[in-house]
Design a protein around this ligand. Structure first.
Ligand code: E4P
Length: 222
C-alpha cells in the first residue's frame, strides 16, 4: 500500500511528510488553483519539500492529445525527480497515454468512473489509474465496487497498472478501498490525520502516562 497526499498546500504537505509514510503528492488543476500562486513555482516548491525520490503528479488540461503530450513533455522538462503525468481518460486522453508511454513518460489515467475506462487506460500503457471513489458515490454508484472490479480486471489480464484510488471524503471509504484491491490511495491532509485519531487511544495513552508519573514523577520517561 502506498499513501499519497492529495494537496498542493506546502505547509500541510510538509507536516504530513514529517509524520506519515508518504509515497508522493498528487495534484489536479483545482488543487493547484486553490493555492493562488504561479503553478510551476508551486510545483517546484513541493518538489523541494518531498525530495526527488517521491512521485509528484501533475495533470494536463489540453483537450487534444497533441496538446496533452506537449504539456507532459513540458512538465517533465521543468520539474526534477519522479514526475507522473495525469491524463483524463477521454478518447484524446487515451491517445495521449499511448504516445507518452512510447516516450517512456509515466502516466496516470484520471477522472475514472467505470472499470472499463480503467481497463482501456491500462491497456494504453498507463502506469496508474485513479478511480474517483467519492464522486462515484455521489452519483449513487459504489466507488468501492468500481475499485474492486478494476482490481479484478487488471489482475485477470495481468496488466502491471496500479490503482491509486482518489476522491475521498471519509475514513470508511479509504478503509473499504484498501480491502478492495487498490495498491494505493491519495487522500487530503485533514482526512489522513483522521486515519489514526481515535478517542480510546488518546484516553489509554493519557491513563498510562498518569500512572507512570504517579510512580516516577512528572516528565519521567522510560
Ligand atoms: C486525485 O488527484 C483527484 O484529482 C482528487 O482526488 C479528486 O478529489 P475530489 O473529488 O475531492 O475533488
Amino acid at each position: 500500500m502506498k499513501l499519497y497526499i492529495d494537496s498542493a498546500n506546502l505547509k500541510q504537505i510538509a507536516y504530513i511528510q514529517e509524520y506519515y509514510p508518504i509515497a508522493g503528492v498528487t495534484t489536479n488543476p483545482s488543487i493547484l488553483v486553490k493555492e493562488n500562486r504561479p503553478y510551476l513555482e508551486l510545483l517546484k516548491d513541493i518538489r523541494e519539500v518531498i525530495g526527488d525520490d517521491k512521485e509528484l503528479f501533475v495533470q494536463v488540461v489540453g483537450e487534444k492529445a497533441e496538446e496533452m503530450v506537449e504539456e507532459a513533455r513540458n512538465i517533465c522538462n521543468q520539474l526534477s525527480g519522479a514526475v507522473v503525468v495525469k491524463v483524463p481518460v477521454t478518447e484524446e486522453g487515451i491517445k495521449a497515454i499511448k504516445r507518452l508511454t512510447a516516450e517512456n513518460i509515466p502516466t496516470l489515467g484520471t477522472t475514472i468512473y467505470t472499470p472499463l475506462q480503467a481497463l482501456i487506460a491500462a491497456m494504453a500503457g498507463a502506469k496508474y489509474v485513479a478511480p474517483y471513489v467519492n464522486r462515484i458515490d455521489n452519483l449513487t454508484g459504489s466507488g468501492v465496487k468500481v475499485v474492486s472490479e478494476i482490481a479484478t480486471l487488471l489482475s485477470s489480464y495481468q496488466l502491471p497498472t496500479q490503482i491509486i484510488a482518489a476522491s475521498f471524503k471519509n475514513v470508511q471509504q479509504v478503509h473499504d478501498v484498501c480491502l478492495s484491491g487498490a495498491q494505493s490511495v491519495t487522500v487530503g491532509t485533514d482526512l489522513i490525520k483522521k486515519f489514526i485519531a481515535f478517542p480510546a487511544t488518546t484516553q489509554d495513552v493519557e491513563a498510562f502516562k498518569k500512572e507512570w508519573q504517579s510512580m516516577y514523577g512528572v516528565g519521567a520517561l522510560v
